[in-house]
Design a protein around this ligand. Structure first.
Ligand SMILES: Nc1ncnc2c1ncn2[C@@H]1O[C@H](COP(=O)(O)OP(=O)(O)O)[C@@H](O)[C@H]1O
Ligand SMILES: [Mg+2]
Length: 235
């Protein structure tokens, strides 16, 4: 009985009644207001919401870049809200972030952008390059592109490098914040298909927040976010 429970927990991201407010000049903004959700490895969860609805804050809470004021977050058997949780290890090894603006280091090459987090995580240097090349090949980044500086790449190429970087330390969870926000619709479709593939083929837990309704086609589970609150929608 206990073993079964633990088995399930290891595949599950569980957010329970999480809230986060920010103090602003005019008072307080409740960016995330009593949000609960469950997401599993191997599945794509999409949260749709307009600008200002709290999507980025929720993603940052799940990625432990922000701490909740209230509530619990259990990521694959690990309570990340415990005061003694090892959040640095969690961020480095369990979570990969994908951002709207790509957030690559422009002067570094595709390869260097992907090996950097491996370096930070102490992956032996002789392993880094092979691993990075493999991840980039999986994103269709090969040949001359491997040594192209990020600043010279198209938006679609940058986002595919950014996804390879997010995978550098083989995380359980991919958190994508408006991943198609700066892409034309064709490159956006490629990026969404790649993210969905990471769930289907690699068993990642993929969570995408966006205002782009076309991403719903990739969703196993979907929610609407509005004024910090979440409600499930049919897909
Ligand atoms: N660091 C912050 N300080 C103050 N207010 C913030 C901060 N981050 C977010 N907010 C506010 O919280 C609300 C939700 O923001 P955000 O999570 O960025 O929404 P979204 O990603 O859906 O656009 C907004 O009203 C925003 O202005
Ligand atoms: Mg946002």
């Amino acid at each position: 009985m206990v073993a079964v429970e633990q088995g399930n927990m290891a595949d599950l991201l569980e957010v329970k009644e999480v809230s986060k407010s920010f103090r602003v000049k005019s008072g307080e903004v409740r960016a995330v207001d009593g949000v609960s959700l469950r997401a599993r490895k191997g599945e794509v969860t999409v949260i749709l919401g307009p600008s200002g609805s709290g999507k980025t804050t929720l993603l940052y809470l799940i990625g432990s870049l922000e701490r909740p004021d209230a509530g619990e977050i259990n990521a694959f058997g690990e309570d990340i809200c415990r005061p003694d949780a090892d959040l640095i290890a969690y961020r480095r090894k369990r979570v990969g972030f994908v951002f709207q603006m790509f957030n690559l280091i422009p002067s570094l090459t595709a390869l260097e952008n992907v090996t950097l987090p491996m370096d930070l995580d102490g992956v032996p240097s002789e392993e880094q390059r092979g691993r990075a090349e493999k991840l980039l090949a999986g994103m269709g980044i090969e040949g001359r592109l491997l040594r192209a500086r990020a600043s010279r790449m198209s938006g679609g190429e940058k986002q595919r490098v950014a996804i390879a970087r997010a995978l550098a330390n083989d995380p359980d969870l991919i958190l994508a914040d408006e991943p198609t926000g700066n892409l034309d619709s064709a490159s956006g479709r490629v990026v969404v298909d790649i993210l969905a593939g990471l769930a289907r083929r690699e068993g990642k837990c993929v969570l995408i927040v966006t205002h782009d309704e076309s991403i719903l086609r990739a969703a196993d589970w979907a929610y609407q976010m509005r004024d910090g609150k979440l409600r499930g929608i049919e897909v």
